[in-house]
Ligand binder design. Structure first.
Ligand SMILES: Cc1ncc(COP(=O)(O)O)c(C=O)c1O
Length: 459
């Protein structure tokens, strides 16, 4: 018990932001006004906000002190060098280009690396990553292991890439058609599931066999490293920092959204080893983001990001962090709520088709459930299902993904386990009265990225 850091939060709370819960009648009105779309709610009308874990972390006193100590020089600021030192120390990459957030690092990298018609292969692209590949007229290919799509499969590394399919894909299309291989850790689109070190090494081996570059989308690298320590044979006695370093050693570079495992509200970076690639990237960095030592950020952001990287790599913090997600997963499971198992690193995903089996797919069961959780207890969640998947451009028909899910993403260091109890109890109450829950239909459907601004009504 002495070393069980997941017993309680490993911090004292010294600043608080009051939250309020409006009445059920008010929530009904707010949801109606928002067109039954949780993106269109105001955050002040939300009691527990599980919309995203991105940019929602609580910074520490050490990070806030860094905000005061940031050096605001346009070029060559002290804070930039602190970030560069942190990235070299923790990740082993000596070349760093800050960006205003993760997708901006992707934009720079793909501008340099992706030629029209080339493939980028990933375990699973995050949606902005896929969009950036397509923006460069590249083709984004996902090669997850099959168990990634089986909700009750208990495999420890459901975020892995399918190495046989990777090798076969490269042989079929030829290495010249491949711009790069990428691995997203953890695999957000598959529920925040981790990738094993064996899998990263396997990807590196295949990349070397064909002379291809390999990059990591590293925004949840610390959470992934914690899962490796807990689940992968041979890593129990290694420190999180050793594991992070071994993960990074497999790659030629990383894109990083600092809004996740750098515990920032904004920020990101591209980190590289190769000097020539770095020189090419800086050209685009200036155009898209700003001078390569500030990259669209203030010196204070660079300072706080350098500190956040260290804090996220702390094992006590990670035990609490991943433990809180697991706690919510456990509470939901005990209540009979069908979830994607085992829970990932940054949130719990409810399997909405099993939760609401009476709602047909074209009435968007996961979307309906997001509205119901808000009505029940002021909890904001997000659909990762048919509405998000959009329509097939060729046929105009809805694309029906393998799973219709509701994501409960947990902000870092923000809510206590008492809040998690409120969430689990609310989901259990909705489950008990699930026959009453109705599907939804569009009253307004935007042509692209429809989930952000669409409006609905109950069927
Ligand atoms: C796996 C993954 N990659 C990239 C990004 C993009 O990062 P950002 O939102 O900082 O642009 C995200 C953001 O959620 C993500 O989850």
């Amino acid at each position: 018990m002495e070393d069980d850091w997941s017993q309680a939060e490993p911090f004292r709370i010294k600043v608080v932001e009051p939250i309020r819960r409006i009445s059920r009648a008010e929530r009904e009105q707010k949801l109606r006004e928002a067109g039954y779309n949780t993106f269109l709610l105001r955050s002040e009308d939300v009691y527990i906000d599980l919309l995203t874990d991105s940019g929602t972390a609580a910074m520490s006193d050490w990070q806030w002190a860094g905000i005061m100590q940031g050096d605001e020089a346009y070029a060559g600021s002290r804070s930039f060098y602190h970030l560069q030192e942190a990235v070299a120390d923790l990740f082993g990459f000596s070349l760093v280009i800050p960006t205003h957030q993760g997708r901006a690092a992707e934009n720079i990298l793909f501008t340099v690396m992706v030629k029209p018609g080339q493939f980028v292969i990933n375990n699973m692209h995050f949606d902005t990553t896929k969009a950036h590949v397509q923006h460069k007229n590249g083709i984004a290919v996902d090669l997850p292991v099959p168990e990634a799509l089986v909700p009750t499969d208990q495999s420890p590394f459901k975020g892995n890439m399918d190495l046989d399919r990777l090798d076969e894909f490269i042989r079929t299309h030829g290495r010249d058609r491949i711009a790069m291989i990428m691995a997203t850790v953890t695999n957000n689109s598959a529920g925040g599931q981790p990738v094993s070190l064996a899998n990263l090494r396997g990807i590196r081996k295949i990349a070397d066999r064909y002379g291809l570059p390999f990059f990591i989308d590293a925004c949840r690298v610390a959470e992934n490293a914690y899962f490796i320590k807990k689940r992968e044979p041979g890593y129990q006695d290694k420190s999180i920092r050793q594991i992070i370093r071994e993960m990074m050693d497999t790659a030629d570079g990383i894109t990083m959204s600092g809004k996740k495992d750098a515990l920032m509200n904004i920020g990101g970076f591209l980190a590289l080893r190769d000097g020539e690639l770095y020189r090419q990237a800086t050209v685009w960095a200036v155009l898209f983001e700003g001078f390569p030592t500030y990259g669209g950020l203030a010196g204070r952001d660079l300072e706080a990001m350098a500190r956040g990287l260290y804090e996220a790599a702390d094992e006590g913090y990670l035990a609490y962090r991943v433990g809180q997600v697991a706690y919510l997963g456990q509470r939901l499971k005990e209540a009979g709520v069908p979830i994607i198992e085992p829970p990932g690193g940054h949130g719990v995903y409810i399997d909405a088709r099993r939760f609401l089996p009476h709602i047909p797919r074209d009435q968007f069961p996961a979307w309906a459930l997001t509205g119901e959780l808000y009505l029940e207890a002021g909890i904001r969640t997000v659909e990762v299902g048919t509405v998000l998947a959009g329509r097939d451009p060729a046929t105009g028909e809805n694309v029906y993904p393998e799973l219709d899910m509701v994501r409960l993403a947990i902000p870092r260091r923000v809510y206590t386990d008492r809040h998690m109890d409120v969430v689990a109890d609310a989901a259990a109450r909705v489950l008990a009265r699930r026959e009453e829950v109705r599907g939804v239909r569009f009253t307004y459907e935007p042509p692209l990225l429809r989930h952000f601004t669409a409006r609905f009504e109950p069927v």
